[in-house]
Design a protein around this ligand. Structure first.
Ligand code: BTN
Length: 335
């Protein structure tokens, strides 16, 4: 089989295999010889790869003569572990993992322009320039959150692309509920909140002809195990750990998210926008009847949400009775 090119900076396949092997045999000492055989490298290379893992903060105990074991299984989302759990037709073929990158959206865009197939999943343990909506930065602390971008090539008109942001939010809502029992709030167009604080966000970027989408990348950030946020975020951000008091496996959550998203995406393509619009209406407390303050960048006003259009845009009824469709803007609840 022809090997697909990897991008500079992606996790060395051998490091990923070593980590998977150690993680799957967490309490057992594995000889350097067995590791060398199983991942297909020399014993000297095993030693070098172990040093590299230690530099990345993974607690590997032991030495070449005695063998190696993991002191603590790290919550690293290795592509090997993910590949074993996500076997969908869409997501499951291609995972690109980075210990550190600037932005998984930036990487996915590069791949998409280079002709990468639909379904590629780009993930990182840390982002140095995570992108948020409206040019904001997405705080991406190492190993604490999920930072993932998926590449889609749907046969849609560009005006329907916002529905994919909403769909990803619905999939994330379902994945979090199934794993933690926490009922998140979905705020149009891309916020996942708990108690009004930001738990996750979605940034969709698109390349399109006038009538046809070429590709869409859907970037999803979720605060999972952060115990603290920088002072400027502490009053507006939260994590699953802060809300539940428990540690949560990022791998498990990502597996659920990708499975949910694949099934939701297929349903949307089969059934059309109504599936997304109706589900958003059922799940989001913001979809209708919520008094909101809207800032479109050009004007601000107060009104009441009145559901989504078939293209996933928010309708707001102003106080004078006029109904406005919002294409882009900040919507905040008026308390
Ligand atoms: C928002 O502002 O709410 C959107 C945040 C989106 C963050 C995610 S993290 C993974 C992906 N890569 C990025 O650079 N941004 C998105």
């Amino acid at each position: 089989m022809q090997q697909k090119p990897t991008l500079p900076g992606t996790t060395d396949r051998r490091i990923a295999s070593l980590l998977t092997l150690l993680a799957e045999n967490a309490t057992i000492i594995i000889s350097g010889e067995r590791i060398a055989r199983e991942i297909g490298v020399s014993r000297t290379t095993v030693w070098r790869l172990v040093q590299r893992l230690r530099e990345l903060g993974v607690r590997v105990k032991g030495q070449t003569a005695t063998g190696y074991f993991l002191e603590k299984v790290p919550d690293i989302i290795t592509p090997d572990l993910l590949r074993k759990r996500v076997k969908g037709k869409l997501f499951g073929k291609r995972f690109l993992h980075f210990f550190k990158t600037d932005s998984t959206n930036r990487v996915a865009l590069e791949l998409a322009f280079a002709g990468e197939e639909e379904g590629a999943v780009v993930l990182a343990e840390e982002q140095t320039a995570g992108r948020g909506r409206a040019g904001r930065k997405w705080h991406s602390e190492v190993g604490s959150g999920i930072y993932v971008t998926v590449l889609l090539r749907p046969r849609l008109s560009p005006v329907q692309a916002p529905l994919l942001t909403i769909l990803a939010g619905l999939s994330l809502h379902a994945a979090i509920l199934a794993q933690t029992g926490l009922n998140t709030e979905l705020k149009w167009p891309n916020d996942i909140l708990i108690g009004g604080k930001k738990l996750g966000g979605i940034l969709t970027e698109m390349h399109a002809e006038p009538t046809q989408v070429r590709f869409v990348i859907v970037g999803i950030g979720v605060n999972v195990n952060q115990e603290k946020f920088p002072p400027e975020l502490s009053s507006i951000a939260t994590s699953l750990r802060k809300e539940s008091g428990n540690f949560h496996s990022r791998l498990e959550l990502l597996v659920r998210l990708l499975r949910e998203f694949e099934s939701d995406y297929n349903r949307f393509l089969r059934e059309g926008p109504a599936y997304v619009v109706e589900r958003f209406g059922e799940v989001s407390q913001f979809a209708s009847g919520k008094r909101v303050h809207v800032d479109t960048g050009r004007e601000t006003y107060v009104g009441t949400t009145a559901g989504l259009t078939t293209d996933g845009l928010l309708r707001v009824k102003k106080e004078d009775g006029q109904v406005i469709t919002i294409i882009a803007g900040d919507v905040k609840e008026v308390r």
